[in-house]
Ligand binder design. Structure first.
Ligand SMILES: [Zn+2]
Length: 172
């Protein structure tokens, strides 16, 4: 996932701690590695109308306008099976293995890891609403998925990808 991280994101303390903890690399050395690999343009592009037709009004608001669904609302929050994969509702990109889903109690589907570190997601600093958070976007279509936090102390990575149910689909 860190091949597509933006320079701005690296200023986030969450991300620099995470890089250090998971990969043993500090922020500055990572900057050198990542410099030429930042993806500027999504691989899947659609018009506003096409996105609206595909995602519906609510889905469009969340995925294309960085919205958030109400906690405990989406049925995938309670999804328990460890089989299969969750893919992007926008483009079908494989995002999270069902085996990495856990009950965080937050009311949103939560995962401690991504399916593919290179291809699943992009992380980006989000300073909206007076908070500094790390936004999670689909690596393929750049749709908004949710945010990642480093407070999952009981999970193997320590990470909690907090994802809107409307942005993902389960497939076996
Ligand atoms: Zn996507």
């Amino acid at each position: 996932m860190f091949n597509t991280i933006s320079k701005r994101t690296l200023r986030s303390p969450i991300i620099s701690n995470l890089l250090f903890r998971r990969y043993g690399i500090d922020k500055n050395s990572y900057l050198k590695i990542a410099k030429d690999k930042i993806i500027e343009k999504p691989q899947v592009e659609k018009t506003k109308q096409e996105w609206e037709d595909q995602l519906g009004r609510e889905g469009y608001k969340i995925m294309r306008e960085h919205g958030t669904e109400r906690a405990f609302l989406h049925e995938l929050n309670d999804f328990k099976s460890k089989e299969g994969t969750f893919e992007c509702a926008g483009c079908g990109n494989e995002l999270f293995p069902a085996s990495a889903k856990f009950d965080s109690g937050s009311g949103w589907p939560s995962f401690y890891d991504v399916k593919n570190e290179q291809e699943s997601v992009i992380l980006k600093t989000d300073v909206s609403y007076g908070m500094v958070r790390v936004e999670v976007l689909c690596n393929n279509c750049h749709s908004h998925l949710g945010h990642v936090f480093d407070d999952a102390y009981r999970q193997p990575t320590g990470l909690r990808y907090c994802i809107n149910g409307a942005c993902i689909r389960h497939k076996n």
